[in-house]
Design a binder for this molecule. Sequence first.
Ligand code: MG
Ligand code: ZN
Length: 238
Amino acid sequence: MADPATPTTILVGESLKARNDRQAQLNRDLFGARGLVVLNLLSSPGSGKTALLERTLGELGPRRRIGVIVGDLQTDNDARRLSGRGAPVVQITTGVVCHLEADMVARACAGLDLGALDLLAIENVGNLVCPASFDLGEEVRVVVLSTTEGEDKPLKYPRAFKTAQVVILSKTDLAGAAGFDREGTMANIRAVAPQAIVFELSARTGNGMAGWYAFLEELIESHCVRRDRSPMGQHFAI
Ligand code: MG
Ligand code: ZN
């Protein structure tokens, strides 16, 4: 029997979170067994997640097998943009849910041949608030911050930045026009997310993309070693 004194909404919230964490762990186990590198990309709307993935698919795609899961509230515009690049792309349309959850990712994975991939990039719903609280089972959380946004974003959305392994400063080609405060932004990132590796790049001009690719390739290489050694990975080894 429910205790009438217990605030039910909080209990529901906690159980949702616990259920998400359980599913996230199952996802992580699955990805780990396949030696798959999985990224979860977070940002505000319009920071350039899709453009970053487009360019990455175009330039890293010929060398590495990349799959993409795209979350959006509505439309499959981003998925259509990305599927023109020859990689498998699965769209999750969340409707009213403003973030991805681990079970949505698990269902989307059923539409992908994970064993045929080196890297799975999950483009989260554009929102820096609740996506930060939902573990998807990713290995690397990437927060994208563009030079056209305020330098105080890391201070305003600390959870996203604190939980990120990578911060990407995007649209560096627009820094001058936007009056971008690089020093202030870097100081804020360092203050909130000292653990994060920072890449500064422009997906439009290609500047700085090489460092991002080198990072991804190194991750993929380290997983190939693990994949070749694990009995389950053998089955999926190239
Ligand atoms: Mg997008
Ligand atoms: Zn949400």
